[in-house]
Design a protein around this ligand. Structure first.
Ligand code: HEC
Ligand code: HEC
Length: 448
């Protein structure tokens, strides 16, 4: 189910509780009018209070996220049960026997609502999967640089931002990077001004020699550093010769992050980059997509001006078909029917965490997830101020509210960066998916 749909569901149920309590109120007033001697003031006040309570609960419902809503809906059910009970007492007191009793009326009311809801939720997804307005599948021959860079922007931020979540697209870049001046979350460089920087980087001494020298091959990606003419053909710059330009630095940053590690941002003395290889799984941008991201990177600081873009426009339609364009416009969301591997990969956890049991999950920006051992220790730590009482609760808290406790990085002798782990996973997970994820993560331990 889509996130909006879940939110709509609980809010809708909640609104129906208000409608039902109003219905009870009106019915009671009408009955009081019919029956001589009924205390309209007393019963009217009680049922009016019921309406007010339900209104207040519904009002609160609007402020909650999906997971909290699911817990909260219980209170509303209690309020409705209370209404039914008092309504029953009213019937008995006034000796009403010529009408169907409250419980039958309530059942009828909720059956009708459920049927309406079922129809509504069936209809929703179809309405939502309209084709995206921009960044679609086809690259026409007359695409402009404006459109091409926009395609890159969508790969970075996604076509649709979902309320309350960080805008993020297939490229996953905003998971780690920031783009506006002064906006730093630590651990990953701010990409403001990266176009200008790209020309300077290739002239640095550090670029020539560290962590590997120009002309040496990076072990992880088999990319030869600083040699644009030896980049795998499909990704290679059209007119690539021996000369090294800014564009080559940017492409290399994405295809071979460890060819050059920005000072202070790498592991083991800036020798290894924690950034994933963008042309390989799980992100796997195609050549056209990767170039569109580069075109966006080269032009993003000068909106409307594409003079600094050196990436050529793609030629020939159809090439984009190799990518799954559905990914780009659909907000990230997992329902819990997926395998655990799929859940974890969709949410991007392996980009930052090493997770035993998940192939390729070797991220290094966050702690290794050995939660069977770690989680119970964390809550015993005197600095722990969160609310969890056991390992499972700790893992759930870490996912929904990462800042509740910031883990200390023993290797580096400083805390892991707070605020790097996304704070909005609650909006990307169904309740089932969260439970499945917590089950799995709370049992992770070192392999072997
Ligand atoms: C898991 C976190 C992560 C993700 C996701 C990520 N990066 Fe990075 N990126 C880093 C880190 C850490 C560095 C610094 C170390 C290095 O130089 O490789 C970096 C460095 C860079 C640099 C070099 C910056 C400079 O100042 O020289 C560029 C360009 C870049 N990233 C672009 C991207 C783009 C574009 C994406 C998305 C397609 C992306 N990154 C996704 C973590 C990430
Ligand atoms: C952009 C990087 C990033 C992503 C993506 C990310 N995390 Fe984290 N995570 C971190 C960092 C950094 C920390 C340590 C700081 C803190 O405790 O808040 C952390 C801490 C944790 C912890 C506490 C670990 C411990 O040993 O105490 C858990 C559990 C966790 N993350 C699970 C997840 C899961 C599950 C996902 C995917 C749904 C995920 N993380 C996605 C960066 C990330």
């Amino acid at each position: 189910m889509l996130p909006e749909q879940q939110d709509i569901l609980w809010t809708f149920v909640s609104l129906m509780c208000v409608v039902f309590s109003m219905y009870a109120f009106i019915s009671v007033i009408l009955n009081c009018r019919e029956h001589e001697g009924a205390n309209m003031k007393l019963w009217g006040t009680i049922f009016a209070a019921g309406v007010l309570i339900n209104l207040a609960l519904t009002n609160h419902m609007f402020d909650l996220n999906q997971v909290e809503q699911l817990g909260f809906v219980g209170w509303q059910m209690l309020a409705i049960l209370g209404t039914l009970l008092i309504w029953g007492v009213f019937y008995k007191n006034e000796g009403i026997e010529d009408q169907s009793p409250p419980i039958i009326r309530a059942a009828f009311f909720y059956v009708t609502i459920s049927i309406l809801l079922a129809g509504y939720t069936n209809w929703l997804p179809q309405q939502r999967s309209d084709p995206p307005p921009v960044g679609g599948a086809e690259i026409s021959d007359d695409i402009t640089m404006d459109q091409y860079a926009e395609m890159g922007r969508i790969i970075v931020f996604g076509a649709k931002a979902v309320a309350g979540t960080k805008a993020i697209g297939k490229g996953q870049c905003p998971l780690c990077h920031t783009f506006d001046p002064g906006d730093n979350i630590g651990r990953c460089p701010n990409l403001f001004g990266v176009e200008e920087r790209s020309h300077a980087r290739i002239k640095e001494d550090r670029y020539l020699n560290e962590p590997i020298r120009i002309g040496e091959t990076d072990g992880a990606t088999q990319i030869v550093k600083g040699k644009p003419d030896q980049v795998p053909e499909e990704y290679r710059r059209a007119d690539a010769g021996d000369d090294l330009v800014g564009e080559d630095y940017l492409r290399e940053s994405l295809m071979c992050p460890s060819c050059y590690v920005v000072k202070g941002y790498g592991k083991t003395g800036d020798k290894v980059s924690p950034m994933p290889v963008i042309s390989k799984p799980p992100i796997s941008l195609s050549p056209i997509e990767l170039n569109s991201v580069l075109a966006w990177l080269q032009s993003k600081d000068t909106p409307g001006d594409f003079a600094s873009v050196t990436i050529p426009l793609p030629t020939g339609g159809g090439e984009i078909a190799e990518t799954d364009e559905e990914d780009e416009d659909r907000p990230i969301f997992v329902t819990g029917t997926e395998s655990i591997e799929e859940i974890v990969n969709t949410l991007g956890c392996p980009l930052c965490h090493t997770i035993p049991g998940i192939p390729g999950a070797v991220g290094e920006l966050g702690p290794k997830l050995h939660e069977k051992i770690n989680a119970p220790q964390r809550i015993k730590n005197p600095n722990y101020k969160g609310k969890a009482r056991n390992g499972r609760e700790y893992v759930r808290e870490s996912i929904l509210n990462p800042s509740a406790y910031v883990v200390f990085n023993e290797e580096e002798g400083e805390p892991f960066p707070d605020g790097l782990m996304p704070q909005d996973f609650a909006n990307k997970l169904s309740v089932n998916a969260l439970e499945k994820l917590v089950d799995f993560i709370s049992n992770t331990q070192p392999e072997g």
